[in-house]
Write a protein that binds this ligand. Structure first.
Ligand SMILES: [Fe+2]
Length: 237
């Protein structure tokens, strides 16, 4: 558990897709949102929400995922939550609300989440900023970043999103990524600016593009099932 003033963050992990899901809540009222939940871990997440006495009103998606199916639709069924996505997400979902750059999602007087549009990993990628927590999805990982070769991704967009919109934040801002494949949990903007091998502050766009265009990553295993399902926010067809 991590706290900043009146905001609590409870991280959860899916071992199969290496996805981080986060519960973010107002410690006084226990109003809560869940970020990037995974369908396979729905019952675990539900158990934690109930045990903590959280009142879940929103499910936030950092983007339309290609590697796992979201449990957003299950949370709509369970609690009638709304689903928050970036304005460029081409989804058809019940209860979806799309946010533009710098728009706030107000849950309570303390839990006000700023949406930062950060295209690059996908065209619809966003980060969520509350207190000194930054939920970066696949835009920025601890010492890495998401790939840019699918879903209208672009190395240039990702580079500019990170440098112009994330690296301007306070160095102490905590980076809570959408995935981790190396057993790390979170870092800070200051650390990433110094040590991220792809996105070190001193590295230019050309070098970054070169790296991203030569990753030689395999075709994402679950993309053909995950994308169509996630365009419905995980609702069964
Ligand atoms: Fe992704």
């Amino acid at each position: 558990m991590v706290f900043s003033n009146n905001i609590g963050v409870r991280p959860l992990f899916d071992r199969v897709s290496c996805t981080y899901t986060y519960l973010v809540y107002d410690r006084e009222t226990l109003d809560a949102v869940i970020i990037d939940p995974v369908r396979e871990t729905f019952s675990r997440d539900l158990r934690v929400i109930n045990q903590m006495g959280l009142k879940l009103s929103w499910c936030l998606e950092t983007h339309v995922h290609a590697d796992h199916i979201t449990s957003a639709a299950l949370f709509v069924k369970e609690f009638g939550v709304k689903i928050a996505l970036g304005e460029k997400a081409d989804v058809e979902c019940r209860n979806a609300v799309q946010f533009s750059d710098n728009q706030f999602l107000e849950v309570t007087k303390d839990l006000k989440i700023r949406v930062i549009t950060t295209p690059g990993h996908t065209i619809c990628s966003v980060c969520f900023h509350v207190e000194d927590f930054l939920f970066t999805g696949d835009t920025l990982f601890v010492r890495g970043c998401g790939r840019t070769d699918f879903q209208m991704g672009s190395p240039r967009d990702l580079y500019e999103s990170v440098h112009r919109k994330l690296y301007i934040l306070n160095d102490e801002t905590r980076v809570l990524p959408g995935h981790d494949y190396n057993g790390e949990m979170f870092s800070t903007i200051g650390e990433e600016k110094k040590f991220n091998p792809r996105l070190q502050e001193s590295k230019g766009l050309e070098e970054f593009t070169e790296i991203m265009n030569h990753l030689n990553l395999p075709y994402p295993e679950k993309i053909d099932q995950a994308l169509p399902a996630n365009l419905r926010c995980g609702e069964e067809a």
